[in-house]
Design a protein around this ligand. Sequence first.
Ligand code: DHK
Length: 149
Amino acid sequence: MPRLVYVLNGPNLNLLGKRQPHIYGSETLADVEDACRALGKELDLEIRFHQSNREYEIIDWIHAAREQATGIVINPGAFTHTSVAILDALNTFNGTVIECHISNVHKRESFRHHSYMSLRADGVIAGFGTQGYLLSLRRVAKLADEKTG
Ligand code: DHK
């Protein structure tokens, strides 16, 4: 049975490829989704891939992941730096949480250096471009493999 993983994307990531390509690259979110699905097949992961500009939708997907999913890979966009509500939702989830940022947030403005998500994340990846999503999935799969022995 494939292990279920939610890949969640926050505000403005629908514009990936068009928005500040010098920071976020030229790949679109659809390209990222395709790459996640292809790797998911290889790693025996079922991928649920979502994006929203609305905080409550991200929270609802995290709730949907509870009791079902082995992991969540989340790029909350700017909600990373502001959302106690998304942190609270992640704290209701018992599986692996990987926080993934395309850019190296630590090289950018100081308001991007703080993350509410990091208080829950099992791992954080930043500055690997869209490859960070694939590395995050590999980590979720490895931890799931270790759990099932
Ligand atoms: C994406 C965003 O939209 C920003 O608000 C974050 C993150 C960084 C990223 O690097 O993927 O600060």
